[in-house]
Design a protein around this ligand. Structure first.
Ligand code: 5RP
Length: 225
């Protein structure tokens, strides 16, 4: 499928930004699996020697199985570079993440990284954020009361469920509520409001964190600064 090839191109290209000796944060999602695959090849062939932390159990397992040296976040002193996917990126490199329900670990790792790069296929580049539902990781206790509060604020909340209509669980056993907003006019104001709501562990607005994006395009991957 075309979109997967563009994701793969972006993931493979991102490995060029990794140098031996670095500590790397590995994000989560299908685009990142291509990055990890390529990194695994270069580690196995001896071209790269790096230490890594992961933003999810899925990524940790994939990378460990490929022989990449993985560590707990608390065991590393600094993260030189984190490479992660994104669900939407606007013209100012503000983003929505959390389609894979990993935004809390992803944000912790991103905030503690010297540099962050996002890897996406070109469909993720948008003029304005909001068409992709904004994920919130929420504490299960009192989720319904929080949901009602979000509903009263016209934020159009939906509890994320699996095919058996059970709430999906994050790596921390929390729930995810997606906000169907269509357009986010003021991302910083919304982020500040969400930060103040008890019961929300983390939201998927990733603001002012990234200055390099690698976009998989039909004519080849493009790194935009
Ligand atoms: C997971 C994320 C992912 O990075 C985001 O959903 C992009 O995923 P994909 O590369 O599969 O399109 O934020 O929480």
């Amino acid at each position: 499928m075309k979109q997967n090839r563009l994701k793969q191109d972006a993931g493979v290209k991102a490995v060029d930004f990794i140098k031996s000796g670095m500590t790397i944060g590995l994000g989560t999602g299908s685009t990142v699996t291509y990055l990890v695959e390529e990194l695994g090849k270069r580690v196995q062939s001896g071209q790269l020697d790096v230490d890594c932390v992961a933003t999810s159990q899925r990524t940790f397992e994939q990378a460990s199985n490929l022989g990449i040296k993985m560590h707990a976040l608390s065991d590393v002193n600094q993260i030189d570079l984190t490479i992660d996917g994104a669900d939407e990126i606007d013209l100012n490199f503000q983003g929505i993440k959390g389609g894979g329900a990993a935004q809390t670990y992803e944000k912790i790792v991103a905030l503690n990284s010297q540099k962050n790069i996002w890897i996406v296929d070109e469909s993720k580049m948008v003029d304005q954020l909001g068409a992709f539902p904004l994920p919130l990781e929420v504490v299960p206790f009192g989720w319904k009361q929080l949901f009602d509060r979000l509903h009263k604020e016209n934020l159009n909340p939906h509890l994320r469920c699996d095919e058996k209509h059970q709430p999906i669980l994050t790596d921390m056993n929390n729930y995810v509520i997606d906000l169907y907003l269509q357009k986010i006019m003021h991302p910083h104001l919304l982020a500040n409001w969400l930060n103040q709501q008890t019961g929300i562990i983390e939201h998927g607005l990733f603001l002012d964190l990234v200055n390099t994006v690698i976009v998989g395009r039909l004519y080849g991957p493009e790194a935009i600064e």
